[in-house]
Design a protein around this ligand. Structure first.
Ligand SMILES: Cc1cc2nc3c(=O)[nH]c(=O)nc-3n(C[C@H](O)[C@H](O)[C@H](O)COP(=O)(O)OP(=O)(O)OC[C@H]3O[C@@H](n4cnc5c(N)ncnc54)[C@H](O)[C@@H]3O)c2cc1C
Length: 547
């Protein structure tokens, strides 16, 4: 083999999906010579098509995303679950977790986005910060010297040396497996998805779905998604002027034989789209198939302790996001954990380079920090989705209802509240003015949504001033600065009580649902005030939402 061309960097980031650019940007901002490698021809080519990023990703994730204008396709206000007992007789329970209007869609439960534009936007930010991006380049191996990883070898016959490698290569983790850091996941812990991308007019999405995801669950005989494994369901995501229809599975290989997935997915797609009334009556007449994706997508949804505790670092390399097995076992939402872990990985890489110590012993702090992150901890150890598989196996109707309620309905808050409050407090301790940044984020994202400004970085500035609404935000901003010491002290005092959030929501649960109902009922009374507020948000000079 000819001598490989050698290049030298401080940090090589493998993968420009959701996590990679976050790590690359932070390293570049710290003045490190950073290279990001992406095997796709362009960024986002190899990431799945579209998804919902839950709100905690934006609130507690990287500040450039929270304070920026990422390309969001639709605010999401919750999930409507159809628990189908008998599709033909219409025996279907509806379980909802939804932020009521008019709080929604200004304040959202998450944001739907297409992956490609979002990852491109993130990568652009990393490049603006000084990171170098190389697409159509696959890291096929690592440079190993004295047991340390000292860079990567690419399929372009380059030898790229670096002080540290941050591996954000996603769930397949070929490089991690090749280097012996991680094992291949067994099929049963991987979720497979069959996705259909449909065009539909925005007015129709608004009318039919509004801002709510629709999920369907049932026992195998309802033929909602093929019974290849357990935890199978159907999910429909609304975007701006398109929707995604997705059957989602975990694979079960009886006798070590893989079933004919293509045939089964097609058969079940045909079954459910012709029998599900709201699909065939409300949705089907308005849609046009644009693309169909089936690749045996991998989402690590297992709760196998051995797999969960596979190493996430070695001498000279840190694994982040899906590569580190951080996809959530709850909602299968991997983006927030990819952002959090990539951010922490960059911090640790910066510290390691400064300390001139990239040994596994030093990098152990990465493992400690990600495991101490309240959301990562919750997302990777929660049993909600795992129990759903068990409920589907049990064939017990009330058990299935309960599992859907705890996994995707209001019951979610009885196990998510503590991690959410803990993360809020951690953020407020670091920056007591962050609540205003959160508020501005919601308002800015809503403004962008209303003005259909998807991913346009520079919003047209209006010559007029800030207006009353803008002045109110300036006032809140100043107040939060003034009250910073008090906020920090209050958060420190209340931190030991955060563990009470889950039980408290459980106790208050029966009151919260009627409260939401009351808000909905009272909305017409405040209609003119609310209309005025919403119109102020939309008509404001967008400069008022800058941080
Ligand atoms: C069907 C499906 C639905 C999902 N729905 C949701 C959802 O609703 N919400 C949510 O939050 N998450 C969802 N996820 C999970 C989410 O997509 C992942 O958790 C997230 O993309 C992880 O980010 P990452 O940066 O770790 O990896 P990825 O985003 O997968 O990025 C990895 C990147 O590395 C590149 N790469 C891989 N190997 C190499 C190499 N050797 N050299 C160079 N480049 C390489 C890939 O091309 C890719 O661009 C879903 C996943 C699937 C499959």
């Amino acid at each position: 083999m000819a001598e490989l061309a050698e290049q030298e960097y401080d940090v090589v980031v493998v993968g420009a999906g959701f996590g990679g650019p976050v790590a690359a940007k932070k390293c570049a901002d710290a003045g490190l010579k950073t290279l990001m490698l992406e095997r796709g021809q362009s960024v986002g080519d190899k990431v799945i098509s579209g998804l919902t990023i839950p709100i905690y990703g934006f609130l507690f994730g990287p500040s450039f995303i929270r304070d920026g204008n990422p390309p969001i396709e639709r605010p999401v206000d919750g999930i409507r679950n159809y628990v189908i007992h008998d599709i033909d007789t219409g025996d279907i329970d509806i379980i909802e977790l939804r932020i009521p209007e008019p709080i929604s869609p200004i304040f959202a439960f998450g944001y739907n986005t297409y992956c490609k534009p979002f990852c491109e936007w993130e990568a652009e930010k990393a490049v603006e910060s000084g990171a170098e991006l190389r697409t159509s380049t696959t890291a096929i191996d690592v440079i190993k010297e004295d047991g340390f990883i000292r860079g990567v070898i690419t399929d372009r016959e380059e030898k790229i040396r670096s002080k540290i490698v941050i591996n954000c290569e996603g769930s397949q983790g070929l490089l991690a497996i090749r280097t012996g850091v991680r094992e291949r996941y067994p099929p049963e812990v991987i979720s497979l998805a069959d996705t259909y991308d449909y065009e539909i007019r925005k007015e129709d999405v608004d009318r039919i779905f509004g801002h709510t995801l629709r999920f369907c669950w049932g026992f195998d005989e309802q033929r909602i998604a093929p019974p290849l494994g357990h935890g199978n369901g159907l999910m429909v995501w609304p975007y701006r002027n398109s929707i995604h229809w997705m059957q989602d599975q975990c694979l079960r290989m009886d006798d070590g034989k893989a079933p004919n997935l293509r045939r089964l997915f097609d058969e079940y797609h045909e079954n459910i789209t012709t029998r599900l009334p709201w699909w065939s009556n409300e949705v089907a007449p308005h849609i046009k198939l644009r693309a169909k994706m089936f690749e045996g997508f991998e989402i690590f949804v297992g709760l196998d302790d051995r797999l969960r505790n596979m190493p996430n670092h070695t001498d000279g390399m840190i694994l982040a996001g899906d590569a580190a097995g951080l996809e959530s076992t709850v909602l299968c939402d991997g983006v927030p954990c990819a952002w959090f872990s990539a951010d922490i990985a960059a911090d640790v890489a910066i510290e390691a380079i400064k300390a001139k110590n990239t040994s596994a012993t030093f990098l152990k702090i990465y493992d400690r920090r990600i495991k101490a992150h309240p959301i990562i901890k919750w997302a990777t150890t929660c049993t909600a989705r795992w129990n759903l598989r068990k409920a589907q196996e049990s064939h017990d109707r009330s058990e299935l209802r309960a599992r859907v309620h705890y996994g995707f309905g209001f019951g979610l808050l009885t196990h998510a509240s503590t991690p959410l409050v803990k993360s809020s407090f951690n953020s407020m301790k670091k920056d007591p003015t962050i609540t205003i940044k959160w508020l501005k984020m919601f308002l800015r994202y809503y403004y962008n949504w209303e003005h259909e400004r998807f991913g346009q970085e520079e919003l047209p500035r209006q010559p007029r001033g800030r207006g009353l609404f803008g002045l109110a935000l300036v006032f809140l901003d100043s107040l939060s600065r003034l009250l910073s010491p008090l906020t920090r002290a209050m958060v420190i005092v209340l931190t030991p009580l955060t563990g009470a959030a889950n039980p408290l929501v459980k106790v208050l649960g029966p009151l919260i649902e009627p409260l939401i109902e009351a808000i909905k009922r009272m909305a017409p009374l405040f209609k003119s005030l609310l209309t005025m507020m919403i119109s102020s948000i939309i008509r404001a000079n967008p400069a008022i939402y800058d941080v």
